[in-house]
Write a protein that binds this ligand. Structure first.
Ligand SMILES: Cc1cc2nc3c(=O)[nH]c(=O)nc-3n(C[C@H](O)[C@H](O)[C@H](O)COP(=O)(O)OP(=O)(O)OC[C@H]3O[C@@H](n4cnc5c(N)ncnc54)[C@H](O)[C@@H]3O)c2cc1C
Length: 368
């Protein structure tokens, strides 16, 4: 039985970022991942490093997201240096375009409220004329937008590959096809069973996405996450026409345009639905008429990992110290914070005060 300082269960973006960060911090790390038959949000996402609107009603989440956006360049520099992959990070700011005055008013109210709650990060309402000056080619129906200078995007698949390659380069073990079925707390750590194989570790992190829900009670944690489906469409490569990411359209560095994404409460159904894709395409062709001539080449769906209030869950087990949880629906955005802030806190054995609001205890309060 091989033993580690830290075992991270779940090789999606959340687990891979934490595992890489911990290995860089000098820990002997194993990253255990179920394999190709698993539900994997990390392989179906949109690639935004998105701050605007994040954390309404929970300033700690707004601050955590901002910290992560600020840490992203350091994450990019480290991973690109270690792996020769190009993560495609761009942080020029991002737009949320509105198609009616009512929609713009609702967005403006959200931004105003968040600025009061969490501080001003420069997010502002942009009128029709300024929006057209900044983003040529907008449709006539666009009445304005909100713009946040901290928003950006990256290639999420290169990010995942980079984190796992970086983990191996730092001496960690990436172990695919390890479906964890049982975790047994021991006096000096934990024993983890993946079928008949066993490993032992002093500390562990549950970052198994939707698989965390079942594993959490084994170490005295609660991770009441649910699936929320999103569908994404991709066009053929187009000439460059969009220098900024928007909340539901972005042009990749290769030239393809990604359109997304839906929010569908359909349980564990990972299928795609033409009617939903038509809605995604129709809205975005009103915003960018050039898309009318584009050919779609791919579409898919993936399941988000959603907590009851939509905010992340981070916690250390009170019953079994050394066991930590990590779940969120913004694994790209939060990769900087997971790798460079959460992983060091886990190695230190104590979560900083700024992370205490993310405990699952908040769901008990809500239930009361
Ligand atoms: C349509 C869509 C669009 C998105 N767009 C964005 C975006 O623009 N920006 C952003 O920041 N985020 C976005 N996300 C969210 C982002 O992809 C997720 O936050 C992130 O992938 C979640 O990562 P995860 O590692 O928690 O979960 P997952 O990626 O689902 O990974 C969980 C891993 O755990 C493994 N696992 C499960 N059970 C077990 C077990 N018992 N034993 C061992 N391993 C197990 C699985 O194999 C899997 O690899 C989007 C998600 C979706 C679905």
């Amino acid at each position: 039985m091989k033993s580690y300082d830290l075992a991270v269960i779940g090789g999606g973006l959340v687990g891979s970022a934490i595992a890489w960060g911990a290995a860089k911090g000098g820990a002997r790390v194993a990253l255990l991942d179920e394999g190709d038959s698993a539900l994997r949000a990390a392989r179906g996402n949109f690639g935004l490093v998105w701050i605007q609107g994040k954390g309404a009603g929970m300033p700690a989440y707004a601050a955590w997201s901002q910290l992560s956006a600020n840490l992203w360049p350091a994450l990019r520099d480290a991973l690109e240096g270690e792996t020769n992959l190009h993560l495609g990070l761009q942080q020029p700011g991002g737009f949320y375009f509105c198609l009616s005055e009512a929609e713009l008013e609702t967005r403006a109210a959200l931004i105003h409220r968040m600025s009061n709650e969490s501080g001003d990060i420069g997010t502002r309402v942009v009128g029709r004329a300024e929006a057209r000056a900044m983003v040529p080619g907008l449709g006539d129906e666009v009445v304005g937008a909100t713009y946040c200078p901290m928003d950006g995007h990256a290639n999420p698949l290169y990010l995942l590959r980079g984190l796992q390659a970086g983990l191996r380069a730092a001496g960690g073990d990436y172990l695919p096809n390890r479906h964890v079925t049982l975790i047994t707390p021991q006096p000096d750590g934990f024993r983890i069973a993946c079928g008949t194989a066993l490993i032992s570790c002093q500390k562990l992190v549950l970052a198994a996405g939707l698989g965390s829900r079942e594993l959490a009670p084994m170490v005295g944690l609660q991770m009441p996450v649910q699936p929320l489906r999103g569908q994404i469409l991709v066009t053929e490569r187009m000439r460059s026409f969009l220098d900024y990411p928007t909340h539901n359209v972005r042009q990749t560095q290769e030239g393809t345009v990604m359109l997304g994404d839906s929010h569908e409460d359909v349980g564990f159904d990972t299928g795609t639905k033409i009617s939903v894709q038509q809605q995604i395409a129709a809205r975005n062709m009103r915003i960018f008429p050039a898309l009318r001539d584009a050919t779609l080449i791919r579409s898919w769906s993936a399941l988000r990992v959603m907590s009851p209030d939509g905010h992340p869950i981070y916690e250390q087990s009170a019953a079994h110290p050394g066991a930590f949880s990590a779940a969120c629906h913004s694994g790209v955005t939060l990769a900087g914070a997971h790798a460079l802030a959460y992983a060091p806190a886990i190695l230190a054995g104590e979560l900083p005060e700024q992370l205490l609001p993310f405990s699952s205890q908040r769901f008990h309060v809500q239930a009361h």
